[in-house]
Design a protein around this ligand. Structure first.
Ligand SMILES: Nc1ncnc2c1ncn2[C@@H]1O[C@H](COP(=O)(O)OP(=O)(O)OP(=O)(O)O)[C@@H](O)[C@H]1O
Length: 273
């Protein structure tokens, strides 16, 4: 009998280096988004479609204002689409749900809760037992390397540490998809690299699908299985680039000729997008 809580995936059960499987996890199907109505309305997305496979690490890049964050907000259910439909594992998205976890660029921890209670927030709201909550919190505190800071308050943490907790808090709900909007955009380059590596480890251990928005092409290539390149507003997916770089990846990979070729290709697409 499986005695683990249903939202707990031990590292031993993880897939070997996060290969995506054959079924679609997040299906964005001809989705359009217009902010406002009439004169002055803004068409952010136009008939945008993409399909992210189970366990895929997908990154989205595109020109500023092309609708990258809007696409993420649509997938989160925080913003309704004007046209089109989105599904997670076949279920139509009609609003926010625990099957999707979000991590934002700005630090969004609850300042009145310590690290442990920030991570416990979702499972507690969902009525999980004390034992289940303790297990999941301990598991993710260890995953993010902050066991020593379990009782610290958000104000006592650095930006990188806060983002670690934000990732753990999102994963503690056992979402099918982790939606990340420039989560490392405010960090210095050294911390950013550490966080990218940590994210890849956590992704590898926990059998998740990730949709990651970034301005940074190096970051997208370094992290992703596929990079989705958007065209200018109203945005749509212009190209999909398969990143064939082997895993695990380390900081050195940015100097590999394959990496540089992919980057050159994306820059070329962006300059024409
Ligand atoms: N709440 C809103 N109300 C009105 N317009 C909005 C709103 N949010 C975004 N927009 C507009 O929609 C367009 C797409 O914005 P979005 O933030 O999704 O783009 P982005 O690609 O993430 O931009 P950036 O790369 O600069 O962060 C922009 O023109 C933006 O001004």
């Amino acid at each position: 009998m499986n005695t683990q809580p249903d939202f707990y995936v031990p590292a031993e059960a993880a897939p070997s280096f996060g290969r995506q499987s054959g079924s679609v996890c997040l299906d964005i199907d001809h989705v359009s988004l217009e902010y406002g109505v009439g004169q002055g309305s803004i068409k952010a997305l136009e008939a945008t479609s993409l399909q992210i496979m189970q366990n895929e690490f997908a990154a989205i890049v595109g020109p500023s204002g092309c609708g990258k964050s809007s696409l993420l907000y649509l997938a989160s259910g925080l913003v309704p689409s004007t046209h089109g439909e989105m599904r997670v594992n076949g279920n139509i998205i009609t609003g926010p749900g625990v099957d999707r976890g979000m991590v934002f660029q700005t630090y969004t921890l609850f300042p009145w809760l310590n690290v442990r209670d920030n991570i416990a927030f979702g499972p507690r709201r969902r009525g999980k037992s004390k034992k289940e909550i303790e297990e999941v919190v301990n598991y993710y505190i260890n995953e993010i390397g902050l066991a020593r800071f379990a009782d610290a308050w958000p104000r006592q943490l650095s930006g990188g540490m806060m983002q670690r907790v934000a990732i753990a808090r999102a994963l503690a709900n056992d979402p099918d998809v982790l939606l990340m909007d420039e989560p490392f955009g405010a960090l210095d380059s050294q911390t950013r690299l550490q966080m990218q590596q940590l994210l890849l480890e956590v992704w590898d251990h926990n059998n998740k699908t990730v949709l990651f928005v970034t301005h940074d092409i190096d970051e997208a290539i370094f992290l992703a299985d596929r990079v989705y390149v958007m065209s200018g507003r109203p945005g749509r997916i212009h190209d999909i680039i398969d990143i064939g770089l082997s895993r695990p990846r380390d900081g050195e990979v940015v100097m590999a000729s394959e990496f540089i070729d992919i980057k050159r290709r994306i820059l070329k697409i962006l300059s024409a997008a």
